[in-house]
Design a protein around this ligand. Structure first.
Ligand code: PBG
Length: 324
């Protein structure tokens, strides 16, 4: 047996490659900040900015020109309160940004929105709190229903349910269907783990969290439970399920991919981005090779598409044939 035969030349290696990257399978997460006229750099995510309502148009145009499959929008509001009112205000930053981006994007890529309260609440939790300060699952579902309708009306084509409340997919699906948005799709962040790798995201959305998210996000030690969450979301009517973070959860991704009959995506999160950027800045790692390998590994494990902050740049490398 000589497996090395197929590694003899670049052309042979390319011909037998099992996992190719395609710009169409990449989704770019984008932050849009209320009240700023210029893009603002995010210190813990070098190369990523909080966009203004003006600069976001250029970012979307660049992503579309590079062939990126979609954008996922996050709003950074100026004012926050206990209920996250900005999330359901049609004039709230995320909803305004969605209308602008949809107009800019046309049908060139899929416009998606984060459906969660943490960017909009003053306590930083993904839901509303009960009088004892616990995240109130069923009261939060009511808020998600309202968010879904405003986001769909603003032109979001795929709602990213990232709050990890029980029953959120069923609740949002019902609200959408009842309001005439049967065509609006749901991306369920099904297996979302309580991860340290979301650290830089807090800077990106300027959110401070009281306590932690462990009563609703998954315990990083639990593999079976990740699969169970995905199966529940499929049952409830999700159109796409997701595993998040990606790199440290490739086993869960492989499990969900094997069991799912709908698309399975993965989110390469802020901390995964920051780690490679930081090591590359020190000259400790080859930046481009590490980026490509990290995303290819996520695809190889079973992700049909990947949310990654490198989407536009990586799409450019792919198109130039530099990402094998
Ligand atoms: C929730 C949400 C978070 C991320 C995406 N959606 C934050 C969290 O759950 O703590 C994290 C993404 C990243 O770290 O890149 N709105």
């Amino acid at each position: 047996m000589r497996p090395r035969r197929l590694r003899e030349s670049a052309a042979l290696r390319r011909l037998v490659s099992e996992t190719r990257l395609d710009p169409a399978d990449l989704v770019l997460p984008i932050f849009v900040r209320e009240g700023s006229s210029e893009p603002i750099p995010i210190s813990s995510m070098p190369g990523v900015v909080q966009h203004s309502l003006d600069s976001v148009k250029g970012a979307v145009a660049d992503a579309a020109a590079a062939g990126v499959g979609g954008v996922m929008l996050f709003g950074v509001p100026e004012v926050r309160d206990a209920e996250g009112s900005g999330a359901t205000d049609p004039e709230g930053i995320l909803n305004v940004a969605t209308r602008i981006v949809r107009e800019e994007a046309g049908d060139a890529l899929v416009v998606q929105t984060d459906l969660c309260l943490d960017e909009f609440t003053d306590h930083g939790h993904c839901g509303v709190l009960d009088p004892l300060g616990r995240v109130d699952n069923d009261a939060t579902l009511g808020r998600y229903r309202e968010m879904a309708l405003v986001q769909a009306a603003s032109g979001s084509q795929l709602l990213g349910l990232s709050g990890m409340m029980d029953g959120q997919v069923a609740a949002v699906r019902e609200a959408l269907d009842d309001a005439g948005f049967a065509h609006t799709a749901i991306l369920a962040y099904s297996a979302k783990y309580a991860s340290a790798f979301y650290g830089p995201f807090r800077d990106a959305v300027e959110s401070t969290l009281e306590g932690d998210r462990r009563t609703y996000q998954l315990d990083p030690g639990n593999r079976r439970e990740g699969l169970r969450e995905a199966m529940i979301d499929i049952e409830e009517g999700a159109d796409i399920v997701m595993v998040k973070p990606a790199g440290s959860y490739l086993d869960v991704l492989a499990d969900v991919s094997a069991a799912s009959d709908i698309p399975v995506w993965a989110y390469q999160v802020s901390g995964e981005y920051a780690m490679i950027e930081a090591a590359a800045m020190h000259g400790w790692i080859d930046r481009r090779r590490a980026v490509i390998e990290s995303v290819r590994g996520i695809r190889r494990a079973g992700a049909d598409a990947v949310l990654t902050y490198w989407a536009t740049e990586l799409a450019g490398w792919i198109r130039k044939g530099e990402a094998a």
